[in-house]
Design a protein around this ligand. Structure first.
Ligand code: NAP
Length: 309
């Protein structure tokens, strides 16, 4: 096990929140160490073209946006380790961060570990992601103008995504595993009233049909056991997402329902000197731009803490 000197700031996560925090902290004179985590660049690296990130009138591929953010963070002195944090000790002073056999210490920590979209975990899923299978209608719905798509889920996200997709697609199927929706009444009513949305209840997707690209799905009616095929061009998951906060359990206050980090005043956690930004704490907006904004706030709060202490 190797030990390191005490750093001023460690940032865990390299999505829009983590890199923006690094840019702000770097420009403030701290030399943050960033742990890039299991998915360097975070969720934008799984999207095709991002058309809603301000400053890019023609859109920008998600991976390129994240490479740009990384370069910008490095330009201001950030050091990046392409490894994942496996354990933390946040109550100690300095705070301890473990990555495999390595131990790092810092006075302040920004948690920007993001969240992972829940998917079905069926065969061929990895190669189809962003190529027929999607996790964000706001990001990728535009590519289905005049096409047929399906959304899986019965919560507010599924209602929002299905309605949003009707702006582009000719036909939207909403596939839900039960007969009752979990979504709020207003979202449900809006969805039921939308003539372009056809609802398939008590059903689950059991297989992706592929001929070079996604051509459809096999659906099983849970009540009747009947299996049918549905032709679609794209499938959007809206079956919830999981904040990447497992390693913080028992150390920091987490929202009981889904495990998001509890914050006050946007970025302050239950431990002084530990800030949280982006989807690991935000369950409302979950956009790259809002994560970046929270990253900037977290870096400014960390700076205040470091200067005071
Ligand atoms: P959610 O409320 O947890 O709903 C997830 C849906 O996915 C549920 O209907 C669930 O089915 C289904 N599901 C989960 N795992 C599944 C699986 N393996 N296979 C098939 N279906 C599966 O998640 P959400 O819709 O993302 O909403 C999260 C939070 O954000 C909620 O508090 C929501 O109100 C909020 N939100 C609000 C808005 C808005 O107000 N505009 C928009 C989006 C999200 P079951 O119902 O059978 O469990």
């Amino acid at each position: 096990m190797s030990t390191d000197g005490i750093r001023e700031l460690i940032i865990i996560g390299s999505g829009p929140a983590g890199f923006t925090a690094a840019i702000y902290a770097g420009r403030a004179g701290f030399k943050p160490l960033i742990f890039a985590g299991p998915q360097p660049g975070g969720q934008p690296t799984t999207t095709t073209v991002m058309e809603n990130f301000p400053g890019f009138p023609e859109g920008i591929p998600g991976p390129q946006l994240m490479q740009n953010m990384q370069k910008q963070a490095e330009r201001f002195g950030a050091e990046i380790k392409f490894s994942a944090v496996t354990k933390v000790e946040l109550a100690s002073e300095p705070k301890k961060i473990f990555a495999g056999d390595e131990t790092y210490q810092a006075r302040a920590v920004i948690i920007a570990t993001g969240s992972s979209y829940r998917t079905l975990g069926l065969p061929k899923e990895k190669e189809l992601l962003a190529r027929g299978l999607h996790t964000c209608a706001t990001c990728d719905g535009f590519f289905y103008r005049g096409k047929t798509v399906a959304v899986i889920g019965g919560g507010d996200s599924a209602m929002e995504e299905s309605n949003f997709l009707t702006k582009f697609a000719d036909q939207v199927y909403l596939i839900h595993r039960r007969a009752e929706f979990r979504a709020s009444e207003i979202m449900k009513q809006r969805t039921l009233a939308n003539k372009k949305i056809k609802i398939i209840l008590n059903s689950e997707v059991i297989e992706y049909l592929v001929e070079n690209k996604l051509t459809g799905v096999k659906i099983k009616n849970i009540l009747a056991g009947e299996i049918t095929e549905l032709k679609i061009d794209g499938l959007f998951f809206a079956i919830g997402h999981i904040p990447n906060t497992d390693i913080f359990k028992g150390q920091i206050a987490l929202n009981e329902k889904e495990g998001h980090i509890t914050t006050t005043n946007n970025v302050y956690t239950s431990i002084e000197g530990v800030l949280a930004a982006g989807d690991c704490a935000d369950f409302t907006y979950r956009q790259s731009i809002t994560a970046a904004a929270l990253g900037a706030m977290a870096a400014m709060a960390a700076r205040k803490w470091l200067e005071k202490n």
